[in-house]
Design a protein around this ligand. Structure first.
Ligand SMILES: C[S@@+](CC[C@H](N)C(=O)[O-])C[C@H]1O[C@@H](n2cnc3c(N)ncnc32)[C@H](O)[C@@H]1O
Length: 220
């Protein structure tokens, strides 16, 4: 992985790189994706009742969330990448929509829970507050969020020109964990629990550990 010494690319450039990267490497990522957080996903989904609605934001290939949604729960997956959505379609009984986390194609107060596993870390760092405000907009008051975030105190932006040996460029950017917590608070969330787990992509030596954050939106 190469640190990028230059300023962050403009948001539209990073977004296009991430979209094209996942379009080109959907199968490779999906093959490498492990699910050490499966028990956390299961306990997050467990309180959902028949007719409740879940948004998986940056659902990718449909694992490890959409393929675990209990029968009776209405799930929607949103993702930038058509190829990732194509894989999700084979695995999940969910509505799947191409869209951007900063402008979710979802009505206000429409969902009971939002999951965003390893997706916000690809959004240009200047747009993370907008993503959390979108999560707050689409969640009903008191709704729940499960988010993965970078674990370190320092932020990082950069790219890997051949991620997972796929030949595709992939870009990430995130602030330190404290800034993420602060941005969640500013969007109206209260963090209720955190767990640090090892990386989810088996062959990514640089992966490190990620923080799994559980939060609840204020009731009003
Ligand atoms: C590392 S994959 C994670 C997929 C799945 N959530 C998981 O945990 O394996 C990141 C996904 O986020 C999507 N993504 C990245 N930036 C996005 C954005 N701005 N809007 C929507 N989806 C985005 C990518 O297309 C990709 O499918």
């Amino acid at each position: 992985m190469t640190d990028d010494p230059s300023p962050d690319p403009p948001p539209h450039v990073q977004r296009a790189a991430v979209r094209d990267g996942y379009d080109g490497m959907a199968a490779a990522y999906s093959r490498e994706r492990d699910a050490p957080e499966a028990p956390l996903v299961a306990s997050f989904l467990d309180p959902l009742d028949d007719g409740d609605r879940l948004l998986d934001a940056g659902c990718g290939q449909g694992t490890p969330v959409l393929n675990r949604v209990p029968a009776g729960v209405d799930a929607v997956g949103v993702d930038l990448s058509t190829s990732m959505l194509g894989l999700a379609r084979q695995r999940a009984d969910a509505a799947l929509v191409r869209g951007d986390l900063t402008r979710l194609p979802v009505a206000a107060d429409a969902v009971d829970a939002v999951t965003a596993l390893h997706s916000v870390i690809h959004v240009p760092v200047s747009e993370h507050p907008a993503v959390f405000q979108e999560f707050a907009r689409v969640l009903r008051p008191g709704g729940r969020l499960y988010l993965t975030a970078a674990t370190g105190e320092d932020g990082w932006s950069g790219a890997n020109e051949d991620w997972l040996g796929s030949g595709e460029l992939m870009a990430w950017s995130f602030p330190g964990i404290d800034r993420t917590r602060g941005q969640l608070r500013e969007a109206g969330f209260r963090v209720t629990a955190e767990r640090v787990l090892d990386d989810t992509v088996a062959d990514d030596d640089d992966g490190g550990a990620w923080t799994h954050l559980f939060a609840r939106l204020a009731k009003e």
